[in-house]
Design a protein. Structure first.
Length: 287
């Protein structure tokens, strides 16, 4: 583990911090009633099981208050801001939580239960018990949060892949093309636009009209369209072509370079010049 790396974001999410506090409290309640730290049951023989359970519940609430305050501070300092919490600092933070709770329980043992044992002996016992109470559920929940985060990422990748296959990418509905005077000359649905080809002082908009590939010639330059059409998923692949990235069916490498086959009723192949290969491939890798 690289201790200088940034702490995973899932450990600083509000909902995960809430789960950590609640589940650690539940574990602590079971731990106190099953293992009975400080040999408490031996000198609380006159206390009924119900009263002992209520006492242990009160102690858990006090202990979890320490953790809750610590985690609220952590969330406000790092979870809600862009400040980075490194792994070494996170581990130090957890260590401080263990000591803070241990000192709290040691103080309660001395002040409220009049335990006559040496304070260092009580602190040693308290550190041991607190380490079990906190570190074991912390470790289990860390593994669970990591698994849940990876599962959520895989779900997003799956949904993104399914959207690409089904062409369910959410783009603006209509693409407008203007002539050299700035007036709308032609409009087409984003999903029906296939590619744009430039030639001299004209460019042709090639689009699907039902199952037929049609085109509209407009006077203007292809370079003036490049930036305006990015938001529609229309990318530059050649000095003479813009293509609808959602219409790419396959990418092929030929002896003279790359080309793409577009998803149209009639087979359409568009060349990709070396200048724009990275632009085309990065469009998919950055999704």
């Amino acid at each position: 583990m690289d201790l200088d790396m940034q702490t995973p974001k899932y450990l600083l999410r509000k909902e995960n911090i809430t789960k950590l506090i609640l589940l650690t409290a539940a574990f602590a309640l079971v731990f106190i009633n099953v293992f009975q730290p400080f040999n408490s049951r031996s000198w609380l023989t006159e206390m009924s099981d119900v009263k002992y359970f209520l006492l242990s519940s009160m102690l858990v609430i006090i202990g979890m208050a320490v953790v809750a305050i610590s985690r609220v501070i952590m969330y406000k300092r790092y979870g809600k801001t862009k400040k980075h919490l490194t792994m070494i600092n996170y581990l130090i933070w957890v260590t401080i939580e263990v000591f803070a709770m241990a000192f709290t329980f040691t103080g309660i043992e001395i002040l409220f239960f009049s335990d006559a044992r040496d304070i260092f002996e009580l602190l040693k016992i308290s550190l041991k018990n607190t380490s079990w109470v906190l570190l074991l559920p912390y470790a289990i929940l860390w593994l669970y949060f990591s698994w849940d985060d990876k599962n959520e990422r895989l779900k997003k990748v799956y949904e993104a892949g399914r959207s690409l296959i089904n062409h369910e990418v959410y783009l603006p509905s209509m693409v407008n093309f203007y002539d050299k005077n700035g007036e709308v000359k032609f409009s087409v649905k984003a999903q029906d636009l296939v590619y744009v080809r430039g030639a001299d002082n004209y460019f042709s908009v090639n689009y699907l009209d039902g199952k037929r590939l049609s085109q509209c010639m407009i006077r203007g330059s292809l370079s003036s369209l490049t930036n305006d059409l990015k938001e529609y998923g229309i990318i530059r692949c050649h000095r003479s072509y813009l293509i609808n990235a959602q219409r790419i069916k396959l990418l092929e490498k030929k002896s003279d370079g790359f080309q793409v086959r577009l998803d149209t009723p009639q087979e359409v192949y568009i060349p990709i010049s070396k200048t724009y290969v990275d632009d085309v491939t990065s469009y998919f890798t950055n999704k």
